[in-house]
Design a protein around this ligand. Structure first.
Ligand code: T6T
Length: 338
């Protein structure tokens, strides 16, 4: 495809989700867990302020990218910054991290709660003790939690995934969604948008969604059993990174790569490799760096008594083999380290 066409494709797709001015994300050193401190002057109202970030899964490049950007932004503002994340997508694993924040009482908490309800009481307690809470990526149902919520428009991302997958499948055949687990705001919204949009394609049958607990090995075996049960399986929507990795592995093991079309959320390095190998056809990439940067900025506003934006949507882009090398797409590719 001609370079000019690539550029038009990328630009057209950049309007996914709310279009907001994006800050340039920077990185210092470190990996998924990070800390650093700066020296805010007393006059800025930021002296002694601190932010802690707790991500969904520490080793996930989506959250590593968010952490790198947040760390750099906090450093630029002269704010002490620490980050940690769950070892896996599980309430019982994330809860002790939240408990330690409750004890440390930082000025600000950025958190990606792994469940829409289970962690709400702890977050409300932290908030009532004076810590300003920013929900980043995932959120909780109780709208009293968080001075700001920053994420992609995940319903929209699911709709885009459905249209892209329907096109890849020639608008016929069976399709399945494999996702993390029920009760996760982001992935629930993706499934909602996907299912609504797929209803527009009468010759595509959507079989019941499967959940892999964010475990690639589970997704790999689920796609293989789905292939056995639905020989006309033409497409899969992978709800996130780990799911996509597992599906790519499972399809390769079944020698079905390229034959069964895959649209996946996110753009971590292994997914990009699978896209280039045509095991995955479309990636709906988010902008985790923008989420991290803007959350720090909003917390700083809260610390300084300035207006805080309660809800911010960050952009996404649909990446294909046609636009993967376009410079406009580069900033949406996730990092494995800062
Ligand atoms: O898709 C992202 C994130 O948006 C979601 O909430 C959980 O999974 C990821 O971290 C990717 O693995």
């Amino acid at each position: 495809m001609a370079r000019g066409t690539d550029r038009r494709t990328a630009r057209a797709l950049l309007v996914l989700g709310a279009v907001v001015p994006l800050a340039v994300a920077g990185c210092s050193s470190g990996s998924g867990s990070a800390s650093g401190s700066g020296s805010a002057s007393g006059g800025s109202g930021l002296a002694g302020k601190s932010i802690t970030l707790i991500t969904g899964v520490k080793s996930d490049p989506f959250y590593i990218t968010m952490t790198c950007a947040a760390q750099a932004e906090a450093k630029a503002k002269g704010i002490k910054f620490t980050a940690d994340g769950s070892a896996q997508w599980d309430v019982s694993v994330q809860r002790p991290l939240i408990d330690s924040v409750a004890a440390a009482r930082p000025s600000g908490l950025m958190i990606s709660p792994v469940d829409t309800a289970a962690l709400t009481p702890s977050l409300k307690q932290i908030q009532s003790s004076g810590t300003k809470v920013a929900l980043v990526d995932t959120s909780v149902t109780d709208t009293s939690v968080g001075v700001t919520r920053i994420s992609s428009d995940n319903v929209k991302g699911g709709q885009v995934a459905a249209d892209a997958l329907a096109k890849e499948m020639g608008e016929k055949g069976s399709v399945i969604v494999i996702s993390v687990k029920p009760g996760v705001s982001t992935t629930d919204d993706r499934i909602k948008g996907f299912t609504q949009e797929m209803a527009k394609y009468p010759n595509i049958k959507v079989v019941p969604t499967l959940y892999d607990d964010d475990l690639p090995a589970t997704a790999a075996s689920q796609i293989q059993s789905t292939l056995a049960a639905h020989p006309d399986l033409g497409g899969v929507f992978a709800g996130n990174t780990n799911t996509a990795q597992g599906i790519a592995t499972g399809l390769k093991q079944a020698n079905k790569q390229g034959a069964v079309k895959v649209v996946a959320f996110d753009a971590e390095p292994d997914e990009v490799t699978a896209l280039k190998a045509n095991t995955i056809q479309v990636l709906v990439a988010q902008d985790p760096a923008a989420i991290g940067t803007q959350a720090v900025d909003q917390l700083v506003n809260a610390f300084q008594g300035k207006p805080v934006t309660p809800s911010i949507g960050t952009t996404m882009v649909a990446i294909t083999s046609q636009n993967i090398d376009d410079p406009a797409v580069a900033k949406y590719l996730y990092k494995g380290a800062c």
